[in-house]
Write a protein that binds this ligand. Structure first.
Ligand code: SF4
Ligand code: ZN
Ligand code: ZN
Length: 317
């Protein structure tokens, strides 16, 4: 197959765009498409101060690389979750993020959950009722909170994540299968800023996962290839598989499913129960963040609980 632009050998065929490209033209196309998405979806403006949530995986490192090429002032943020499971997953993903930052002269801020909050994510999951021993619930809550706080404290205009279209379509399928209206309301490539919450954006939300992988590979980015060990039984992996099966039969179906949802959501009357809804008046008594229920926000009450249960017994007790 030949490159549509120059006629040389194509390295990727994007059937949903009816577009095959060689390595050089794909890299140029990918950066331009990212810029187009940022403008078309009004994610942020030229000159915005950007904080990139970096996991050490292909999507977030590719995103950081592209934003730097586009001239945005951007730093990276890595959250150390303390996930080991015999594979030193967190240590290795952090090493990939740090190596990338060093190679490109970029600034990576690291927040280590165990050092700052007294327990790793798997330890926290063992002692809270959240997720009944499975770490994903406490992990998601903790990452969202710490990323938001780091962006606010650092004075950033926007926090960006490397979610691609496969991630978004799988989330959409999960939200739709279970009719999680609040989550459907919050599922958007842009969540505007509001008091206590930084603006959040997903500049890669129109790319298929194989496109972000191709960018990382062709750029020689060294990223952690395996997924988090706890993701193996995640429903999102199952939904991705199902969507890829549909995509094989009907090229473009995955893209149509997600992009049609974005169009349809503008016509849907949501009740404001999701993250995009009105802010609650109540403030967390510990951190001051707006919170929907109780005296403390979910993050503060969860971690207070973790610290209380994780406290070593005093001698003689
Ligand atoms: S799969 Fe994702 S949410 Fe679950 S523990 Fe791993 S990084 Fe956290
Ligand atoms: Zn070409
Ligand atoms: Zn709080």
């Amino acid at each position: 197959m030949k490159c549509r632009k120059c006629g040389r050998k194509a390295v990727i065929n994007m059937r949903q765009h009816k577009l095959a490209l060689c390595a050089q033209d794909f890299l140029t196309w990918f950066v331009k498409q990212t810029e187009r998405t940022i403008h078309r979806d009004a994610l942020f403006e030229q000159g915005s101060n950007v904080l990139v949530a970096v996991s050490g995986g292909k999507d977030s490192l590719a995103l950081w690389h592209v934003l730097q090429q586009l001239g945005y002032p951007c730093n990276g943020l890595y959250i150390g979750l303390g996930i080991d499971d015999g594979s030193a997953y967190s240590d290795r993903s952090r090493a990939c993020a740090q190596q990338f930052a060093d190679q490109h002269g970029m600034n990576l801020k690291v927040v280590d959950v165990a050092a700052s909050h007294g327990a790793t994510i798997p330890e926290a999951a063992q002692v809270t009722r959240r997720g009944a021993g499975k770490p994903c619930s406490v992990c998601g809550l903790t990452r969202r909170y710490l990323m938001n706080r780091a962006a606010l404290e650092g004075g950033y205009d926007v926090l960006v994540t490397g979610h691609n279209l496969d991630d978004e379509a799988a989330t959409l399928m999960g939200n739709t299968m279970n009719w999680l209206v609040g989550y459907l309301e919050s599922q958007a490539p842009l969540l505007p800023e509001k008091p206590g919450f930084v603006r959040k954006a997903k500049p890669f939300h129109r790319f298929y996962e194989r496109e972000t992988a191709a960018y990382a590979l062709l750029r020689g980015i060294d990223y952690i290839q395996e997924e988090c060990p706890y993701s193996a039984d995640a429903k999102s992996i199952y939904y991705k598989k199902v969507l890829n099966q549909i995509e094989t039969d009907r090229p473009g179906a995955k893209q149509a499913f997600y992009l049609s949802f974005l169009q349809a959501r503008d016509q849907i009357q949501f009740t404001g129960s999701g993250e995009r809804g009105p802010l609650p008046d109540a403030r967390c008594s510990t951190c001051g963040q707006p919170t929907r229920g109780g005296r403390q926000c979910a993050f503060c009450s969860t971690w207070q609980n973790v610290r209380a249960r994780n406290k070593p017994l005093e001698p003689g007790r």
